[in-house]
Design a protein around this ligand. Structure first.
Ligand code: HEC
Length: 102
């Protein structure tokens, strides 16, 4: 029984590792939650609603961050946030946020 549990844990953690390291993402996402973790937070100028990231689709977060980083998607705040992230950072952050349940 114990062996089965360990095996299950190994498989599930491998599943998370495959795309990004959620543990590392948690550290990287610390600053992000300052804005994205506050329910109903509105950016003051301009009046943007800050989208909720917890439980968001992993591929969607990766695509959004890469678009901000390349400047394809423009938003001053988020371009500044995504500007220094590597592809691995982005994968890790996306893995972390996608682990939340809605
Ligand atoms: C100062 C506040 C602030 C911080 C800090 C911040 N964000 Fe954002 N984020 C925003 C706002 C505002 C938007 C909406 C921008 C828009 O409309 O394009 C946004 C949008 C996004 C989106 C797109 C969501 C969607 O639904 O399209 C992603 C993904 C994202 N942020 C990830 C992050 C990550 C990862 C970090 C940390 C590295 C981070 N953000 C830090 C304010 C912030």
């Amino acid at each position: 029984m114990k062996k089965l549990l360990i095996l299950t844990l190994m498989i599930s953690s491998f599943h998370v590792m495959a795309a990004g390291d959620a543990e590392n993402g948690k550290k990287l996402a610390y600053t992000c939650t300052g804005c994205h973790g506050i329910p109903f937070y509105q950016n003051t100028n301009p009046q943007y609603h800050v989208p909720r990231l917890g439980g968001q689709n992993e591929a969607y977060i990766v695509a959004a961050l890469k678009a901000y980083r390349s400047g394809e998607r423009s938003h001053n705040t988020m371009q500044a946030q995504a500007g220094n992230l590597t592809d691995q950072d982005i994968a890790d952050i996306a893995a972390y946020f996608s682990t939340f349940k809605k």
